[in-house]
Design a protein around this ligand. Sequence first.
Ligand SMILES: *[C@@H]1O[C@H](CO)[C@@H](O)[C@H](O)[C@H]1NC(C)=O
Ligand SMILES: *[C@@H]1O[C@H](CO)[C@@H](O)[C@H](O)[C@H]1NC(C)=O
Ligand SMILES: *[C@@H]1O[C@H](CO)[C@@H](O)[C@H](O)[C@H]1NC(C)=O
Length: 592
Amino acid sequence: MRLNSWFGRNRNDQPCKRVGLRRLIPILILGIGALSLFYHYALPHLFRLRFHLGLSRYDLGFYGFAPSQRYHSFNEQSPIVQISPAGAKCDQRYTFLAPRGDSVEHPGPMIIDAKGELVWMKNNWGTTQDFKVQHYKGQDYLSYWQGDEEDGHGRGSWYMLDSKYTPQYIITPAGELEGDLHDIQITVNDTAILSIYEPIPANLTSVGGPEEGWLYEGVVQEIDIESGELLFEWRSSHTYPPEDSYQELAGKGHERTLGFDYFHMNSVDKDDQGRYLVSGRHTHTITCIDSNGEVLWTLGGKQNDFTDLSEGVATGFKWQHDARWHGENQITLFDNMVNGAAFNTEASRGLWLELDLPAREAKVSQRYDHPLGIMTVSQGNLQVLDTGNVLVGWGHSSAFTEFSHDGEVVCDTHFGASAYFNFGRIVSYRVMKGSWVGTPDTLPDIAMVGDSVFVSWNGATEVDSWVLEVWDGENIENMTFNAVDKVERSGFETRIPFPSDDGISYYRVAAINAKGEVLGRTEIYSPQQAVAEDTSFGPPLGVTAIMLFSLVCLLYGLYYAVSRRKAHIGALYQLVRSKEDDSDSERGGSSV
Ligand SMILES: *[C@@H]1O[C@H](CO)[C@@H](O)[C@H](O)[C@H]1NC(C)=O
Ligand SMILES: *[C@@H]1O[C@H](CO)[C@@H](O)[C@H](O)[C@H]1NC(C)=O
Ligand SMILES: *[C@@H]1O[C@H](CO)[C@@H](O)[C@H](O)[C@H]1NC(C)=O
Protein backbone atom coordinates (compact mmCIF):
# COMPACT_ATOMS: atom_id res chain seq x y z
CA MET A 1 0.00 0.00 0.00
CA ARG A 2 2.62 2.47 1.07
CA LEU A 3 4.86 1.67 -1.87
CA ASN A 4 1.96 2.41 -4.13
CA SER A 5 1.65 5.82 -2.60
CA TRP A 6 5.25 6.67 -3.69
CA PHE A 7 4.53 6.10 -7.32
CA GLY A 8 2.15 7.35 -9.85
CA ARG A 9 0.84 10.13 -7.67
CA ASN A 10 -0.80 13.18 -8.97
CA ARG A 11 1.91 15.54 -10.22
CA ASN A 12 -0.32 18.48 -10.96
CA ASP A 13 -0.57 19.59 -7.34
CA GLN A 14 1.11 22.75 -6.09
CA PRO A 15 4.46 22.21 -4.28
CA CYS A 16 4.47 22.93 -0.57
CA LYS A 17 7.54 25.13 0.17
CA ARG A 18 7.89 24.45 3.91
CA VAL A 19 8.07 20.68 3.60
CA GLY A 20 10.21 20.86 0.40
CA LEU A 21 12.94 22.94 2.11
CA ARG A 22 12.99 20.74 5.17
CA ARG A 23 13.60 17.79 2.88
CA LEU A 24 16.09 19.62 0.69
CA ILE A 25 18.64 20.21 3.48
CA PRO A 26 19.14 16.52 4.34
CA ILE A 27 19.35 15.73 0.64
CA LEU A 28 22.00 18.42 0.22
CA ILE A 29 23.96 17.06 3.19
CA LEU A 30 23.63 13.57 1.73
CA GLY A 31 24.87 14.85 -1.60
CA ILE A 32 27.87 16.57 0.00
CA GLY A 33 28.69 13.38 1.90
CA ALA A 34 28.49 11.29 -1.24
CA LEU A 35 30.63 13.77 -3.19
CA SER A 36 33.22 13.90 -0.42
CA LEU A 37 33.36 10.07 -0.31
CA PHE A 38 33.72 10.01 -4.07
CA TYR A 39 36.42 12.71 -4.07
CA HIS A 40 38.52 11.17 -1.32
CA TYR A 41 38.07 7.47 -1.96
CA ALA A 42 36.93 6.86 -5.53
CA LEU A 43 38.61 9.67 -7.46
CA PRO A 44 42.25 8.87 -6.48
CA HIS A 45 41.66 5.35 -7.76
CA LEU A 46 40.11 6.58 -10.99
CA PHE A 47 43.20 8.77 -11.51
CA ARG A 48 45.36 5.69 -11.16
CA LEU A 49 43.71 4.11 -14.17
CA ARG A 50 45.80 4.35 -17.30
CA PHE A 51 43.53 3.90 -20.28
CA HIS A 52 45.04 4.88 -23.62
CA LEU A 53 43.76 4.65 -27.14
CA GLY A 54 44.78 1.48 -28.91
CA LEU A 55 45.35 -0.67 -25.81
CA SER A 56 45.21 -4.39 -26.44
CA ARG A 57 42.63 -6.63 -24.78
CA TYR A 58 45.46 -7.82 -22.54
CA ASP A 59 46.29 -4.27 -21.41
CA LEU A 60 42.62 -3.43 -20.89
CA GLY A 61 42.38 -6.27 -18.40
CA PHE A 62 40.18 -8.62 -20.47
CA TYR A 63 42.17 -11.52 -19.02
CA GLY A 64 42.52 -10.10 -15.51
CA PHE A 65 44.92 -7.72 -13.71
CA ALA A 66 47.70 -10.29 -13.95
CA PRO A 67 46.85 -12.91 -16.56
CA SER A 68 48.29 -16.23 -15.50
CA GLN A 69 48.31 -19.81 -16.63
CA ARG A 70 48.02 -23.12 -14.84
CA TYR A 71 49.66 -26.41 -15.65
CA HIS A 72 48.53 -30.00 -15.40
CA SER A 73 51.83 -31.42 -14.20
CA PHE A 74 52.95 -28.50 -12.01
CA ASN A 75 50.99 -27.04 -9.15
CA GLU A 76 51.85 -23.34 -9.58
CA GLN A 77 50.70 -20.50 -11.80
CA SER A 78 52.93 -18.32 -13.94
CA PRO A 79 52.23 -15.02 -15.70
CA ILE A 80 51.03 -14.87 -19.28
CA VAL A 81 53.04 -12.05 -20.84
CA GLN A 82 52.36 -9.76 -23.74
CA ILE A 83 55.38 -8.99 -25.92
CA SER A 84 55.13 -6.21 -28.49
CA PRO A 85 55.69 -5.66 -31.29
CA ALA A 86 54.96 -9.22 -32.36
CA GLY A 87 58.10 -10.98 -33.54
CA ALA A 88 60.37 -8.35 -31.98
CA LYS A 89 64.03 -9.33 -31.80
CA CYS A 90 64.84 -8.79 -28.19
CA ASP A 91 67.58 -10.37 -26.08
CA GLN A 92 66.94 -14.12 -26.35
CA ARG A 93 68.37 -14.93 -22.93
CA TYR A 94 66.33 -15.65 -19.81
CA THR A 95 64.48 -13.04 -17.76
CA PHE A 96 64.82 -13.06 -13.96
CA LEU A 97 62.04 -11.52 -11.92
CA ALA A 98 60.22 -11.99 -8.61
CA PRO A 99 56.53 -11.23 -9.10
CA ARG A 100 54.48 -10.32 -6.04
CA GLY A 101 51.29 -8.43 -5.28
CA ASP A 102 47.61 -9.10 -4.62
CA SER A 103 47.18 -10.89 -7.95
CA VAL A 104 50.13 -13.23 -7.40
CA GLU A 105 49.17 -16.53 -5.83
CA HIS A 106 52.65 -17.62 -4.67
CA PRO A 107 55.35 -14.94 -4.78
CA GLY A 108 58.94 -15.98 -5.28
CA PRO A 109 61.82 -15.95 -7.74
CA MET A 110 60.97 -16.80 -11.35
CA ILE A 111 62.82 -17.38 -14.62
CA ILE A 112 60.97 -16.98 -17.91
CA ASP A 113 62.32 -17.40 -21.44
CA ALA A 114 62.33 -14.90 -24.31
CA LYS A 115 58.81 -15.99 -25.32
CA GLY A 116 57.57 -15.45 -21.78
CA GLU A 117 57.31 -19.17 -21.03
CA LEU A 118 58.04 -20.29 -17.49
CA VAL A 119 61.44 -21.94 -16.93
CA TRP A 120 61.68 -22.08 -13.14
CA MET A 121 59.84 -20.76 -10.14
CA LYS A 122 59.96 -21.23 -6.42
CA ASN A 123 57.28 -20.59 -3.85
CA ASN A 124 59.14 -18.68 -1.12
CA TRP A 125 57.95 -17.62 2.31
CA GLY A 126 57.96 -13.87 3.07
CA THR A 127 59.17 -11.51 0.40
CA THR A 128 61.66 -12.27 -2.37
CA GLN A 129 63.49 -9.48 -4.18
CA ASP A 130 66.46 -8.68 -6.38
CA PHE A 131 66.56 -12.02 -8.20
CA LYS A 132 69.49 -12.26 -10.62
CA VAL A 133 72.46 -14.32 -11.80
CA GLN A 134 75.81 -13.51 -10.20
CA HIS A 135 79.26 -14.99 -10.62
CA TYR A 136 81.26 -16.30 -7.71
CA LYS A 137 84.54 -18.22 -7.91
CA GLY A 138 84.06 -18.95 -11.59
CA GLN A 139 80.51 -20.27 -11.24
CA ASP A 140 77.07 -18.86 -11.90
CA TYR A 141 74.65 -18.61 -8.99
CA LEU A 142 71.08 -17.44 -8.72
CA SER A 143 70.94 -14.84 -5.98
CA TYR A 144 67.97 -13.29 -4.25
CA TRP A 145 67.01 -11.68 -0.99
CA GLN A 146 64.37 -13.35 1.14
CA GLY A 147 62.89 -12.15 4.39
CA ASP A 148 60.22 -9.97 5.94
CA GLU A 149 59.44 -6.64 4.38
CA GLU A 150 58.68 -3.88 6.86
CA ASP A 151 57.82 -0.34 5.99
CA GLY A 152 59.74 -0.30 2.68
CA HIS A 153 62.86 -2.13 3.80
CA GLY A 154 63.72 -5.66 4.79
CA ARG A 155 65.01 -7.92 7.52
CA GLY A 156 66.39 -11.05 5.93
CA SER A 157 69.27 -12.77 4.15
CA TRP A 158 70.62 -13.35 0.67
CA TYR A 159 70.55 -16.81 -0.89
CA MET A 160 72.87 -18.16 -3.57
CA LEU A 161 71.56 -21.18 -5.46
CA ASP A 162 73.73 -23.38 -7.67
CA SER A 163 72.69 -24.89 -11.00
CA LYS A 164 70.79 -27.65 -9.15
CA TYR A 165 68.77 -24.93 -7.34
CA THR A 166 70.36 -25.95 -4.05
CA PRO A 167 71.21 -23.04 -1.70
CA GLN A 168 75.00 -23.05 -1.39
CA TYR A 169 75.46 -19.79 0.52
CA ILE A 170 73.19 -17.83 2.83
CA ILE A 171 74.69 -14.40 3.35
CA THR A 172 74.03 -12.13 6.31
CA PRO A 173 75.74 -8.85 7.25
CA ALA A 174 78.60 -8.67 9.72
CA GLY A 175 77.66 -7.84 13.29
CA GLU A 176 74.14 -7.84 14.66
CA LEU A 177 72.60 -6.36 11.52
CA GLU A 178 70.05 -7.87 9.17
CA GLY A 179 70.15 -7.86 5.39
CA ASP A 180 67.93 -5.40 3.55
CA LEU A 181 65.91 -6.35 0.49
CA HIS A 182 67.39 -3.78 -1.90
CA ASP A 183 70.77 -4.98 -3.12
CA ILE A 184 73.66 -7.42 -3.07
CA GLN A 185 76.55 -7.19 -5.53
CA ILE A 186 79.15 -9.91 -5.72
CA THR A 187 82.46 -8.42 -6.89
CA VAL A 188 85.21 -9.85 -9.09
CA ASN A 189 87.18 -10.32 -5.86
CA ASP A 190 84.55 -12.78 -4.51
CA THR A 191 83.31 -10.33 -1.91
CA ALA A 192 79.73 -9.13 -1.46
CA ILE A 193 78.53 -5.54 -1.13
CA LEU A 194 75.39 -5.40 0.97
CA SER A 195 72.61 -2.92 1.68
CA ILE A 196 71.50 -2.66 5.31
CA TYR A 197 69.00 -0.52 7.22
CA GLU A 198 69.80 0.11 10.86
CA PRO A 199 67.56 2.05 13.26
CA ILE A 200 69.72 4.56 15.16
CA PRO A 201 68.83 7.20 17.78
CA ALA A 202 68.73 10.70 16.26
CA ASN A 203 67.75 14.26 17.02
CA LEU A 204 64.91 14.87 14.55
CA THR A 205 63.96 18.42 15.63
CA SER A 206 65.32 19.84 12.35
CA VAL A 207 62.56 17.99 10.47
CA GLY A 208 59.84 18.59 13.05
CA GLY A 209 60.33 15.27 14.83
CA PRO A 210 61.25 14.29 18.37
CA GLU A 211 64.57 15.35 19.93
CA GLU A 212 65.12 11.76 21.00
CA GLY A 213 63.91 10.04 17.88
CA TRP A 214 64.90 7.22 15.54
CA LEU A 215 65.98 7.16 11.94
CA TYR A 216 66.87 4.41 9.53
CA GLU A 217 70.52 4.70 8.69
CA GLY A 218 71.73 3.39 5.33
CA VAL A 219 74.70 1.08 5.92
CA VAL A 220 76.94 -0.32 3.18
CA GLN A 221 79.06 -3.35 4.06
CA GLU A 222 81.54 -5.25 1.99
CA ILE A 223 82.19 -8.72 3.38
CA ASP A 224 84.19 -11.75 2.39
CA ILE A 225 81.59 -14.34 1.36
CA GLU A 226 83.52 -17.39 2.52
CA SER A 227 84.56 -16.10 5.96
CA GLY A 228 81.95 -13.39 6.55
CA GLU A 229 84.77 -11.00 7.52
CA LEU A 230 83.84 -7.30 7.36
CA LEU A 231 86.06 -5.48 4.86
CA PHE A 232 84.36 -2.10 4.55
CA GLU A 233 81.53 -0.15 6.10
CA TRP A 234 79.91 3.21 5.32
CA ARG A 235 77.04 4.92 7.12
CA SER A 236 74.72 7.50 5.58
CA SER A 237 74.27 9.64 8.72
CA HIS A 238 77.97 10.63 8.69
CA THR A 239 77.33 12.52 5.43
CA TYR A 240 73.62 13.22 5.21
CA PRO A 241 71.65 14.80 8.10
CA PRO A 242 67.88 14.18 8.43
CA GLU A 243 67.07 17.55 6.87
CA ASP A 244 68.63 16.42 3.56
CA SER A 245 65.63 14.16 3.06
CA TYR A 246 62.77 14.90 0.68
CA GLN A 247 60.66 12.31 2.45
CA GLU A 248 58.04 13.65 4.82
CA LEU A 249 58.31 12.60 8.44
CA ALA A 250 54.59 11.66 8.46
CA GLY A 251 54.50 10.80 12.15
CA LYS A 252 57.46 8.44 11.97
CA GLY A 253 60.64 8.62 14.04
CA HIS A 254 59.18 8.08 17.51
CA GLU A 255 59.93 4.38 17.79
CA ARG A 256 62.85 2.18 16.93
CA THR A 257 60.61 -0.06 14.84
CA LEU A 258 59.01 2.90 13.05
CA GLY A 259 62.04 5.05 12.32
CA PHE A 260 62.25 7.96 9.91
CA ASP A 261 63.33 6.42 6.58
CA TYR A 262 65.19 9.57 5.61
CA PHE A 263 67.79 8.09 3.23
CA HIS A 264 66.26 4.89 1.82
CA MET A 265 69.38 3.32 0.37
CA ASN A 266 68.35 1.18 -2.60
CA SER A 267 71.50 0.32 -4.56
CA VAL A 268 75.18 -0.30 -3.89
CA ASP A 269 77.84 -0.77 -6.53
CA LYS A 270 81.64 -0.76 -6.77
CA ASP A 271 83.93 -0.21 -9.74
CA ASP A 272 87.32 -1.77 -10.39
CA GLN A 273 89.06 1.31 -8.99
CA GLY A 274 87.41 0.45 -5.67
CA ARG A 275 84.95 3.37 -5.68
CA TYR A 276 81.54 2.64 -4.15
CA LEU A 277 78.34 4.11 -5.63
CA VAL A 278 75.32 4.42 -3.34
CA SER A 279 71.79 5.50 -4.27
CA GLY A 280 69.71 7.23 -1.58
CA ARG A 281 66.13 7.46 -2.84
CA HIS A 282 64.78 9.83 -0.21
CA THR A 283 67.68 12.29 -0.44
CA HIS A 284 67.72 12.10 -4.28
CA THR A 285 71.46 11.44 -4.08
CA ILE A 286 74.04 9.25 -5.75
CA THR A 287 77.15 9.16 -3.60
CA CYS A 288 80.68 8.16 -4.62
CA ILE A 289 82.80 6.85 -1.75
CA ASP A 290 86.45 5.80 -1.82
CA SER A 291 87.84 2.66 -0.21
CA ASN A 292 88.62 4.62 2.99
CA GLY A 293 84.97 5.60 3.36
CA GLU A 294 85.58 9.22 2.30
CA VAL A 295 82.81 10.76 0.21
CA LEU A 296 84.38 11.89 -3.08
CA TRP A 297 81.27 13.55 -4.47
CA THR A 298 77.49 13.70 -4.40
CA LEU A 299 75.33 13.85 -7.50
CA GLY A 300 71.81 15.25 -6.99
CA GLY A 301 69.97 16.24 -3.82
CA LYS A 302 70.75 19.05 -1.41
CA GLN A 303 74.54 18.49 -1.41
CA ASN A 304 74.89 18.18 -5.20
CA ASP A 305 78.49 18.89 -6.36
CA PHE A 306 77.79 19.01 -10.10
CA THR A 307 76.89 21.62 -12.68
CA ASP A 308 74.07 20.26 -14.83
CA LEU A 309 74.72 20.58 -18.58
CA SER A 310 71.34 18.95 -19.43
CA GLU A 311 68.81 21.50 -18.18
CA GLY A 312 68.43 19.91 -14.78
CA VAL A 313 67.81 16.32 -15.92
CA ALA A 314 71.30 15.03 -15.06
CA THR A 315 71.15 16.18 -11.43
CA GLY A 316 67.37 16.59 -10.97
CA PHE A 317 66.45 12.90 -10.72
CA LYS A 318 63.94 12.11 -7.97
CA TRP A 319 63.15 8.97 -5.92
CA GLN A 320 65.63 7.06 -8.13
CA HIS A 321 66.85 3.45 -8.08
CA ASP A 322 69.71 1.31 -9.29
CA ALA A 323 72.74 3.59 -9.78
CA ARG A 324 75.52 1.66 -11.61
CA TRP A 325 79.02 2.35 -12.81
CA HIS A 326 79.86 2.01 -16.50
CA GLY A 327 83.54 2.75 -16.86
CA GLU A 328 85.37 5.54 -15.11
CA ASN A 329 82.92 8.41 -15.52
CA GLN A 330 79.59 7.07 -16.70
CA ILE A 331 76.67 5.90 -14.61
CA THR A 332 73.15 4.67 -15.30
CA LEU A 333 70.10 4.92 -13.05
CA PHE A 334 66.36 4.46 -13.01
CA ASP A 335 64.77 7.86 -12.39
CA ASN A 336 61.32 7.25 -10.88
CA MET A 337 60.44 10.99 -10.72
CA VAL A 338 57.46 10.05 -8.53
CA ASN A 339 56.92 8.65 -5.08
CA GLY A 340 53.50 7.16 -4.64
CA ALA A 341 51.46 10.28 -5.48
CA ALA A 342 48.36 9.19 -7.38
CA PHE A 343 47.74 12.55 -9.06
CA ASN A 344 51.28 12.89 -10.34
CA THR A 345 51.60 12.82 -14.11
CA GLU A 346 55.39 12.66 -14.40
CA ALA A 347 56.79 9.68 -16.27
CA SER A 348 59.69 7.58 -15.04
CA ARG A 349 62.73 6.96 -17.23
CA GLY A 350 66.11 5.38 -17.50
CA LEU A 351 69.09 7.75 -17.59
CA TRP A 352 72.64 7.29 -18.83
CA LEU A 353 74.82 10.05 -17.44
CA GLU A 354 78.30 11.21 -18.31
CA LEU A 355 80.34 12.95 -15.63
CA ASP A 356 83.30 15.25 -16.06
CA LEU A 357 84.76 14.59 -12.63
CA PRO A 358 87.57 17.22 -12.52
CA ALA A 359 85.18 19.93 -13.76
CA ARG A 360 82.27 18.56 -11.67
CA GLU A 361 79.92 18.65 -14.66
CA ALA A 362 77.12 16.18 -15.42
CA LYS A 363 75.18 15.62 -18.60
CA VAL A 364 72.61 13.15 -19.92
CA SER A 365 74.09 11.06 -22.69
CA GLN A 366 70.95 8.95 -23.21
CA ARG A 367 67.35 8.79 -21.98
CA TYR A 368 65.07 5.76 -21.99
CA ASP A 369 61.40 6.81 -22.01
CA HIS A 370 58.49 4.42 -22.28
CA PRO A 371 56.02 5.32 -25.07
CA LEU A 372 53.08 4.95 -22.64
CA GLY A 373 54.79 7.30 -20.17
CA ILE A 374 54.84 4.69 -17.41
CA MET A 375 54.81 6.22 -13.94
CA THR A 376 56.69 3.94 -11.56
CA VAL A 377 55.82 5.02 -8.03
CA SER A 378 58.32 2.61 -6.48
CA GLN A 379 61.03 0.09 -7.45
CA GLY A 380 62.53 -0.22 -10.94
CA ASN A 381 65.93 -0.90 -12.47
CA LEU A 382 68.14 -0.48 -15.51
CA GLN A 383 70.51 -3.12 -16.86
CA VAL A 384 72.98 -2.54 -19.68
CA LEU A 385 73.00 -5.73 -21.77
CA ASP A 386 76.11 -7.21 -23.42
CA THR A 387 74.79 -6.00 -26.81
CA GLY A 388 74.81 -2.40 -25.57
CA ASN A 389 71.02 -2.44 -25.47
CA VAL A 390 69.38 -1.33 -22.27
CA LEU A 391 66.76 -3.24 -20.30
CA VAL A 392 64.49 -1.17 -18.06
CA GLY A 393 62.36 -2.90 -15.43
CA TRP A 394 59.44 -0.65 -14.48
CA GLY A 395 59.21 -1.97 -10.89
CA HIS A 396 55.76 -1.22 -9.49
CA SER A 397 54.43 -1.26 -13.08
CA SER A 398 54.51 -4.83 -14.36
CA ALA A 399 56.52 -4.25 -17.54
CA PHE A 400 60.06 -4.40 -18.82
CA THR A 401 61.35 -2.78 -21.97
CA GLU A 402 64.44 -3.40 -24.04
CA PHE A 403 65.79 -0.26 -25.72
CA SER A 404 68.50 0.15 -28.30
CA HIS A 405 71.46 2.02 -26.87
CA ASP A 406 70.02 5.17 -28.52
CA GLY A 407 66.72 4.87 -26.70
CA GLU A 408 64.50 3.25 -29.37
CA VAL A 409 62.12 0.59 -28.05
CA VAL A 410 63.19 -2.83 -29.30
CA CYS A 411 60.53 -4.78 -27.45
CA ASP A 412 58.16 -4.20 -24.60
CA THR A 413 56.90 -6.97 -22.33
CA HIS A 414 53.94 -6.63 -19.96
CA PHE A 415 53.20 -9.18 -17.27
CA GLY A 416 50.08 -7.35 -16.06
CA ALA A 417 47.38 -5.23 -17.69
CA SER A 418 48.84 -1.77 -18.27
CA ALA A 419 45.54 0.06 -17.61
CA TYR A 420 45.92 -1.00 -13.97
CA PHE A 421 49.71 -0.67 -13.55
CA ASN A 422 49.32 1.92 -10.79
CA PHE A 423 47.37 -0.47 -8.61
CA GLY A 424 50.44 -2.68 -8.15
CA ARG A 425 48.45 -5.93 -8.42
CA ILE A 426 51.60 -7.59 -9.75
CA VAL A 427 55.05 -6.00 -9.39
CA SER A 428 58.67 -7.05 -9.60
CA TYR A 429 61.27 -4.92 -7.80
CA ARG A 430 63.80 -5.61 -10.55
CA VAL A 431 63.84 -7.43 -13.88
CA MET A 432 67.15 -8.73 -15.23
CA LYS A 433 68.26 -10.71 -18.25
CA GLY A 434 71.04 -13.27 -18.36
CA SER A 435 72.21 -16.73 -19.31
CA TRP A 436 71.55 -19.69 -17.06
CA VAL A 437 71.95 -23.43 -17.13
CA GLY A 438 69.70 -25.26 -14.70
CA THR A 439 69.93 -29.00 -14.01
CA PRO A 440 67.52 -29.68 -11.14
CA ASP A 441 68.09 -32.76 -9.01
CA THR A 442 64.37 -33.41 -8.83
CA LEU A 443 62.49 -35.73 -11.19
CA PRO A 444 60.37 -34.39 -14.05
CA ASP A 445 56.66 -33.94 -13.23
CA ILE A 446 53.91 -35.70 -15.04
CA ALA A 447 50.11 -35.70 -15.19
CA MET A 448 47.84 -37.79 -17.37
CA VAL A 449 44.68 -35.95 -18.32
CA GLY A 450 42.19 -37.68 -20.57
CA ASP A 451 44.30 -39.38 -23.25
CA SER A 452 47.29 -37.02 -22.99
CA VAL A 453 50.39 -37.05 -20.85
CA PHE A 454 51.61 -33.63 -19.69
CA VAL A 455 55.21 -33.38 -18.63
CA SER A 456 57.34 -30.55 -17.21
CA TRP A 457 60.57 -30.18 -15.25
CA ASN A 458 60.81 -27.05 -13.12
CA GLY A 459 64.17 -25.39 -13.78
CA ALA A 460 65.54 -27.79 -16.41
CA THR A 461 66.98 -25.61 -19.17
CA GLU A 462 68.63 -28.33 -21.27
CA VAL A 463 65.62 -30.46 -22.23
CA ASP A 464 65.15 -30.63 -26.00
CA SER A 465 62.52 -33.35 -26.30
CA TRP A 466 60.49 -35.85 -24.29
CA VAL A 467 60.30 -39.57 -25.00
CA LEU A 468 57.35 -41.69 -23.91
CA GLU A 469 58.52 -45.15 -22.82
CA VAL A 470 56.14 -48.07 -22.13
CA TRP A 471 56.76 -51.36 -20.37
CA ASP A 472 57.12 -54.35 -22.65
CA GLY A 473 54.92 -56.41 -20.30
CA GLU A 474 57.53 -59.12 -19.70
CA ASN A 475 59.39 -59.17 -16.39
CA ILE A 476 57.85 -57.00 -13.65
CA GLU A 477 60.85 -57.67 -11.38
CA ASN A 478 63.25 -56.18 -13.92
CA MET A 479 61.19 -53.98 -16.23
CA THR A 480 62.19 -53.14 -19.75
CA PHE A 481 60.75 -50.01 -21.36
CA ASN A 482 60.52 -49.25 -25.06
CA ALA A 483 60.35 -45.77 -26.57
CA VAL A 484 57.05 -45.32 -28.39
CA ASP A 485 56.93 -41.59 -29.08
CA LYS A 486 59.25 -38.59 -29.11
CA VAL A 487 57.82 -35.07 -28.80
CA GLU A 488 59.80 -31.85 -29.01
CA ARG A 489 59.68 -29.75 -25.86
CA SER A 490 57.08 -27.00 -26.32
CA GLY A 491 57.41 -24.46 -23.52
CA PHE A 492 57.27 -25.22 -19.81
CA GLU A 493 54.81 -28.06 -20.20
CA THR A 494 54.71 -30.46 -23.15
CA ARG A 495 51.70 -32.57 -24.16
CA ILE A 496 52.33 -36.10 -25.37
CA PRO A 497 49.36 -37.93 -26.90
CA PHE A 498 49.01 -41.33 -25.22
CA PRO A 499 48.75 -44.32 -27.59
CA SER A 500 45.22 -45.76 -27.74
CA ASP A 501 46.46 -49.22 -26.80
CA ASP A 502 44.62 -50.87 -23.93
CA GLY A 503 47.56 -53.20 -23.34
CA ILE A 504 49.82 -50.54 -21.75
CA SER A 505 50.01 -51.01 -18.00
CA TYR A 506 53.08 -48.92 -17.09
CA TYR A 507 54.84 -45.98 -18.70
CA ARG A 508 57.33 -43.23 -17.96
CA VAL A 509 58.77 -40.22 -19.78
CA ALA A 510 62.45 -39.45 -20.40
CA ALA A 511 63.93 -35.98 -20.84
CA ILE A 512 66.41 -35.81 -23.73
CA ASN A 513 68.91 -33.04 -24.45
CA ALA A 514 69.98 -31.71 -27.86
CA LYS A 515 72.69 -34.39 -28.11
CA GLY A 516 70.17 -37.18 -27.55
CA GLU A 517 71.34 -37.94 -24.01
CA VAL A 518 68.86 -38.83 -21.28
CA LEU A 519 68.86 -36.12 -18.60
CA GLY A 520 66.31 -37.73 -16.34
CA ARG A 521 63.11 -39.75 -16.21
CA THR A 522 59.80 -39.43 -14.46
CA GLU A 523 58.70 -42.09 -12.03
CA ILE A 524 56.75 -45.03 -13.42
CA TYR A 525 53.02 -44.42 -13.86
CA SER A 526 49.99 -46.39 -14.84
CA PRO A 527 47.41 -45.03 -17.33
CA GLN A 528 44.75 -45.87 -14.74
CA GLN A 529 45.99 -42.79 -12.81
CA ALA A 530 44.59 -40.50 -15.53
CA VAL A 531 42.27 -37.74 -14.35
CA ALA A 532 39.37 -36.30 -16.32
CA GLU A 533 39.85 -33.05 -18.23
CA ASP A 534 39.67 -30.11 -15.85
CA THR A 535 36.94 -27.77 -17.00
CA SER A 536 37.92 -24.98 -14.61
CA PHE A 537 40.68 -23.94 -17.02
CA GLY A 538 38.51 -21.38 -18.82
CA PRO A 539 39.55 -17.73 -19.26
CA PRO A 540 38.93 -15.45 -16.25
CA LEU A 541 36.28 -12.77 -16.30
CA GLY A 542 37.92 -9.57 -17.59
CA VAL A 543 38.61 -6.76 -15.16
CA THR A 544 37.20 -4.22 -17.60
CA ALA A 545 34.05 -6.28 -18.07
CA ILE A 546 33.58 -6.40 -14.27
CA MET A 547 34.24 -2.66 -14.05
CA LEU A 548 31.73 -1.81 -16.79
CA PHE A 549 29.14 -4.11 -15.26
CA SER A 550 29.64 -2.51 -11.80
CA LEU A 551 29.44 0.98 -13.31
CA VAL A 552 26.20 0.20 -15.14
CA CYS A 553 24.75 -1.28 -11.92
CA LEU A 554 25.82 1.81 -9.96
CA LEU A 555 24.37 4.25 -12.50
CA TYR A 556 21.13 2.31 -12.68
CA GLY A 557 20.90 2.22 -8.88
CA LEU A 558 21.57 5.95 -8.71
CA TYR A 559 18.99 6.72 -11.35
CA TYR A 560 16.46 4.53 -9.59
CA ALA A 561 17.19 6.13 -6.21
CA VAL A 562 16.89 9.68 -7.56
CA SER A 563 13.69 9.06 -9.49
CA ARG A 564 12.26 7.24 -6.49
CA ARG A 565 13.22 10.11 -4.20
CA LYS A 566 11.41 12.58 -6.47
CA ALA A 567 8.32 10.42 -6.37
CA HIS A 568 8.69 10.07 -2.60
CA ILE A 569 8.78 13.82 -2.07
CA GLY A 570 5.67 14.07 -4.20
CA ALA A 571 4.01 11.42 -2.08
CA LEU A 572 4.89 13.15 1.21
CA TYR A 573 3.45 16.31 -0.11
CA GLN A 574 0.33 14.36 -1.06
CA LEU A 575 0.09 13.00 2.46
CA VAL A 576 0.10 16.44 3.97
CA ARG A 577 -2.37 17.71 1.51
CA SER A 578 -4.70 14.76 1.81
CA LYS A 579 -5.03 15.48 5.54
CA GLU A 580 -5.99 19.01 4.73
CA ASP A 581 -8.54 17.77 2.28
CA ASP A 582 -10.45 14.92 3.88
CA SER A 583 -12.95 14.87 1.10
CA ASP A 584 -10.33 13.30 -1.15
CA SER A 585 -11.16 9.73 -0.13
CA GLU A 586 -9.16 8.07 -2.89
CA ARG A 587 -5.84 9.50 -1.63
CA GLY A 588 -6.63 9.00 2.04
CA GLY A 589 -7.18 5.33 1.35
CA SER A 590 -3.82 4.75 -0.25
CA SER A 591 -1.68 6.41 2.45
CA VAL A 592 -1.32 4.36 5.58
C1 LIG B 1 68.57 18.89 18.63
O1 LIG B 1 68.78 19.79 17.54
C2 LIG B 1 68.37 21.10 17.81
C3 LIG B 1 68.59 21.94 16.57
O2 LIG B 1 68.55 21.22 15.41
C4 LIG B 1 69.17 21.67 18.97
O3 LIG B 1 68.70 22.99 19.26
C5 LIG B 1 69.01 20.79 20.18
O4 LIG B 1 69.85 21.24 21.22
C6 LIG B 1 69.37 19.36 19.82
N1 LIG B 1 69.11 18.52 20.96
C7 LIG B 1 70.01 17.68 21.44
C8 LIG B 1 69.59 16.82 22.59
O5 LIG B 1 71.14 17.58 20.99
C1 LIG C 1 89.64 -6.22 -6.36
O1 LIG C 1 90.89 -6.28 -5.73
C2 LIG C 1 91.89 -5.45 -6.32
C3 LIG C 1 93.19 -5.75 -5.59
O2 LIG C 1 93.04 -5.59 -4.21
C4 LIG C 1 91.47 -4.00 -6.18
O3 LIG C 1 92.41 -3.16 -6.79
C5 LIG C 1 90.13 -3.80 -6.87
O4 LIG C 1 89.65 -2.49 -6.66
C6 LIG C 1 89.10 -4.77 -6.32
N1 LIG C 1 87.87 -4.66 -7.06
C7 LIG C 1 86.68 -4.63 -6.49
C8 LIG C 1 85.49 -4.46 -7.38
O5 LIG C 1 86.52 -4.72 -5.31
C1 LIG D 1 67.77 -56.80 -15.73
O1 LIG D 1 67.81 -57.02 -17.13
C2 LIG D 1 68.98 -56.57 -17.78
C3 LIG D 1 68.84 -56.82 -19.26
O2 LIG D 1 67.59 -56.53 -19.74
C4 LIG D 1 70.18 -57.26 -17.22
O3 LIG D 1 71.37 -56.76 -17.81
C5 LIG D 1 70.23 -57.06 -15.72
O4 LIG D 1 71.29 -57.84 -15.17
C6 LIG D 1 68.93 -57.48 -15.07
N1 LIG D 1 68.97 -57.17 -13.64
C7 LIG D 1 68.46 -57.97 -12.70
C8 LIG D 1 68.61 -57.47 -11.30
O5 LIG D 1 67.95 -59.03 -12.95
